[in-house]
Design a protein around this ligand. Sequence first.
Ligand SMILES: Cc1cc2nc3c(=O)[nH]c(=O)nc-3n(C[C@H](O)[C@H](O)[C@H](O)COP(=O)(O)OP(=O)(O)OC[C@H]3O[C@@H](n4cnc5c(N)ncnc54)[C@H](O)[C@@H]3O)c2cc1C
Ligand code: FES
Ligand code: FES
Length: 1348
Amino acid sequence: MKELDPNMGDRKNCGGSSPDDLVFFVNGKKVVEKNADPEMTLLTYLRRKLGLPGTKLGCAEGGCGACTVMLSKYEPEAQKLLHYAVNACLAPICSLHLVSVTTVEGIGSVARQLHPVQERIAKAHGSQCGFCTPGIVMSMYALLRNNPTPKMAEVEEAFQGNLCRCTGYRPILEAYKTFTVEGGCCGGKGRENGCCMTNGKVEEEADADSAPRLFNPADFAPLDPTQEVIFPPELTSLSKNQKTCLLHFRSDRAAWLQPANLDEFLNLKWKHPDARVVVGNTEVGIEVKFKNMLYPVILAPAFIPELHRVTHTQDGIVFGAACTLTQVGEVLKEAAESLPSYMTQVFVAVLEQLRWFAGQQIRNVAAIGGNIMTASPISDLNPVFMAASCKLTLMDKDSTRVVQMDDAFFVGYRRTMLRPQEILLSIEIPYSRKQQFVSAFKQSPRREDDISIVTAAMSVTFTPGTCVVEDLRLSYGGMAPTTVLAKNTANKLLGRCWGENLLEEACSSLVEELTLEPSVPGGMVKYRQTLTLSLFYKFYLRVLQELGGQGLNVEEVRSDFQSATEIYHQEEPSSVQIYQEVPQAQHADDVVGRPMMHLSALKQATGEAVYCDDIPLFENEVYLALITSSKPHARILSIDSSVAESSPGFICCVFAGDIPGSNTTGIGHDETVLADRQVTCVGHIIGAVVADTQLHAQRAAKAIRIQYEELQPIITIQEAIAAKSFYQPIRTLKKGDLEAGFKQADHILEGEMHIGGQEHFYLETNVTVAVPRGEDHEMELFVSTQAPSETQSLVAMALGIPANRLVVRVKRMGGGFGGKESRTTLLSTVVSVAAHKLGRPVRCMLDRDEDMLITGGRHPFYAKYKVGFLNSGKVVALDVSYYSNAGNSRDLSLSVMERALFHMENSYGIPNVYGRGFLCRTNLPSNTAFRGFGGPQGMMFAENWITDVAQSLGRPADEVRRINLYQQGELTPYNQVLEQYTLDLCWDECLSRSQYQQRRSAVELYNRQNRWTKRGLAIVPTKFGISFTALFLNQAGALVHIYKDGSVLVTHGGTEMGQGLHTKMVQVASRVLGIASSKIHISETSTQTVPNTSPTAASASSDLNGAAVKNACQLLIERLEPYKSKNPKGLWEDWVTAAYFDRVNLSANGFYKTPDLGYNFETNTGRVFNYFSYGVACSEVEVDCLTGAHKNLSTTIVMDVGVSLNPAIDIGQVEGAFMQGVGLFTLEELHYSPEGVLLSRGPGSYKIPAFGDIPRKLTVSLLRDGAHDKAIFASKAVGEPPLFLASSVFFAIKDAICAARAESGITGPFRLDSPASVERIRNACNDRFTKLCHAADPGTFRPWSVQV
Ligand SMILES: Cc1cc2nc3c(=O)[nH]c(=O)nc-3n(C[C@H](O)[C@H](O)[C@H](O)COP(=O)(O)OP(=O)(O)OC[C@H]3O[C@@H](n4cnc5c(N)ncnc54)[C@H](O)[C@@H]3O)c2cc1C
Ligand code: FES
Ligand code: FES
């Protein structure tokens, strides 16, 4: 680090030449930090230094909201308090001087008192795994601190920066609707039909009003804003009496200087031209964390009034460069509401961009100047500022200059014309003039909190009284290394009349002017080019409409074109949940069938629930960071750890030679714990570095240098097919006579489709803490895993010790979804080896980018099919070949493929079928289990060919589906009889609840009336087989202890990952033992209580563990029976005491194995599944054909979960799985480079569904009276089956695209790969604009990303 001048500037810092004390408050307590490290974030400080683990780490990049806290500060100038939510993962602690921090622990606790925000999310079932919950609670809390009665739209806005992977969002919104003006509870008296909280009653839902509710708002404590934690009075006086002097904090690597005034700031920048100015740190923080940038001097202008000032001038509004985006939005909104609209066109355009700019936590700290100065080519604001010719004031110590923001301002990728000594002082956003029209557009993969693909702003000024263009500025982001002005096009159009000829010329000119290289970063070349035209077209129509409105003689905007001009708006979400209440005679203590709250929900909402990384540090504990391969396929020539070894905090490296046992690992025993000589994917774990802290370990790991000899990799399925790179065996499943089937068919159709993979994106990444116990190689492992026993086995193998020396403990996971079924051992084995080597506790929690890189996800699938069908639509023959991208090891790929084959006909009875499954061996990280486990992929192709059949026959798809739907008693391709069949009931109920036929007519009418937006509708069934397909896994154990006081401790083999398994198990035990659930506790899952457990997977955990718990409880009840008979009026505690004194064993071990299973692929005989879960969904969407964006208008789901054990949990599973499916089929795209490098490694580039993506109307009905006798208390598995129902959204989109294509005269089947991304949708909506843009021929260039 450069030696700093002790005086730093012209003035002395507050503490002389030594660093200042950083003073801030956390939950009302004063913190004085004498050694504030400029590189430390608030999140690390809270979790590690203050021991406040309630605030979670989900991504470290501001993209998930798990780390949300509220900051409050006193503004001496305005004499007011400011409360705002921020991402603690991006907030440097040095930015917190004289700030009050409120974390989830600070607002309430289970022991003390719950805050209503905590209570309501828990009781309304809005917390499943709970890892997102503290962040969501704090976003809501901050909103209510500013506005105790918000509107629903404001609640949705407050959550733009929060993600949840479990709940599907509906219950969270519903919980918090109770705070809003629209939804505040009336206590059951407010409306005609009872309580207003029967949310979103739809008229057509005849029985919805009488449906029981999942929670009762009348139970909620009221919100009393007067009871909120007060702002620390000492902080008010400290803020008022703040000394005006330079603040200075420093570590051995960096200095943070906070000048007291503008002069000082300019002087410092003069002295340290390389210093980084930091305001919100939302850009710099990312650079430091993910791009390894080191900024030795940081200048923070937090106290400089000129940079925070807002001034209204004659020409517009001047914003100091450090004004936050929230502040800018508020000022512009007020101006837009109070000034004549002709003056505020630019303001409105900025507001439109701000609406979709990040989430509130980011907007609350990110500065307008930070956005400009980052100079990102996809900045959302810069195009508007350029189109509006905003003026920027630049300053250095000696001079001030005012420049116009045009294409001279950005001089290259992320570079501006500013000299190193200069700073940006302010920006003036001008008033618009009469005859000027301005619009701004942003197109991103997801609407909320996403980075643009293309962003644009356009401004046109007409000669007064005419439609002749006098001035035109077209500004685009995402089309070059900087934001650009399409000057040639604009010049060509000057003096031209706004009309069709101008449009045509604009389009042909834009295509020439805004070109992209075929291999441009970000890819999507054709789509991005098309967007430049489509967005201009939208602008063209809007202006045409305005000019027409002014009575000018311009072409009229056709009524069916109007919807293309509309600004995006969403309806308020509404929902209905329908389930069957328990019989009235059911005993009050018997909680089976009741919507009991998740047992950890309250603790999750207060931050008291302990996740693996929340376990306090052990004495002597050290941290581990992984060393991974940067090559997809290579020989390791050498590893140089010398630099790492001399880095601060370094303790040791761990490589293959350190493994005391076997380096062979993995489900298929075909992997290495640590790569030895060869790597087979980018992200392959080669070794690890152990150091005193996480930061030191990570820095040292990055300093390891590895030399490789590269070998030819295979990355994609197509490459694997060409190279015949397959794992064996190639599975086949055959029934009937295929040849005869095709002969019988009136038509034969062939097709193909690719389904992309999916990242699990559990909010809690992989984590292991390994604690050696010092004797006999004993070790205790705390792991976030779905498979404790598998972890135990593989760690024992690696350490070369018997399994009985290891205890694997799992309290809870912050989500799993299959991602923690087998791949967690990648980390836990390495951490254990390190702990074994050092004899010290070792911890590692993967960063989000590492987790995404290393641990694999859902298998991408490609299928080719040939289908024979009759004129009636009845399918008589199916020949299908599946190819999955298995990656660099077998892992669970064969079982995943088998499940795909077992679901290849989805719900349709096809007499002649032949399916083959190829596992492509590639150089990608091994893909693995993911909710649905190949089933969704298998069924997706089925729904695709059935849609093709309907389209080729010109018949409604729902009719063709119905004709082919199975009947009771039919045989599946694997010869299993369909008994206790309820799919037809689900289908009929879904048709009627969704009012399918009326909707269909309405959609058709809408599509006739709208050219550029189209609606689509689809109804899709699912049939999901329940059981592990590997026979031996269909077993479970339980251990139930009754203590002398009558309390009961249940342990079983399943793990809790948010799905509510422990809650359901307590319900089961409560029924069998006949006691209140409050007497029963489940503490954790551990290998020392129940051994040899199957992973918590395959949706079967309630069935298997429930039966084992039931078995154990029955044994205990039998043992207690004599004491009950002797004392029938006695209490439970009396019988327990009596039995104890009579020396009765009050501990019982329960066991269960699913009967009658056992399938043989060779003979196609034996039962595969215990039973099937059925469901049907109907979805309606609206597609913007010009941009490819879509809205999920409505979804109706009917799901057969048998007799629900817990309707609140089951509906939560249905909705959560559905939304994960919505992500899979419409949104989530993993981008890999042709060399197999994963490019999308965090929430910034990988988009899971957000709050705004839920269907605006969502009805979930659990099928009533589902007769069934195969699982515990007639319930059915629910974890995975509903996921596939999200394909109804995909096929509704496809339906809408059909309508769009029909406008261009194109009919018949077409290929639409999954996910139906904005790019794919837009490109499929073939029209005059897509035809102008051409993609380069594949093979003629190196693409940015490839379809794997
Ligand atoms: C989760 C997330 C979502 C985001 N979403 C969006 C989005 O939707 N649209 C979008 O456009 N951007 C987005 N961004 C990018 C970023 O938030 C913005 O660019 C933001 O405005 C940066 O402001 P800041 O104050 O945080 O900048 P900082 O990180 O503090 O600084 C950014 C850069 O600006 C320089 N700088 C700041 N002020 C001055 C000044 N007065 N003079 C000279 N240089 C200065 C800094 O030195 C630094 O180089 C997102 C970022 C994150 C993390
Ligand atoms: S951890 Fe901070 S936003 Fe994800
Ligand atoms: S409950 Fe939201 S991520 Fe699990």
